[in-house]
Write a protein that binds this ligand. Sequence first.
Ligand code: ZN
Length: 115
Amino acid sequence: MKILIGGWFTLPRLGREEFSLLMRQGVRYDKSMGFKMDAETDLESAVRTIRLSVGEEIELTVRCFICGKEACAGCPYLDACDRRKVSSLCLCAEHGPDKGVYERYKKALTDSIAS
Ligand SMILES: [Zn+2]
């Protein structure tokens, strides 16, 4: 299954132990939204827990810093990139660095620090 870091996702019913393990690993839970992994999540451990409980490989994807959409699709670094370790924000194909996006990146960064 695919999980967007910073986005809500649902899991099949978990055992009590798996659930509390995920909470300890910094995964957020909301009754109506489901689960979410963010900057406070211990991604390596949480991914391992989820993989064991759902019995399938977990593919992490990250969001574009500029537009908030999933940034991994079509990225040339997809195979080399360990999304458990990199920043949870990246740049999508549309906002890649060859389109003068650096100025917008700086602005988005300044805005996010200022807010
Ligand atoms: Zn984008």
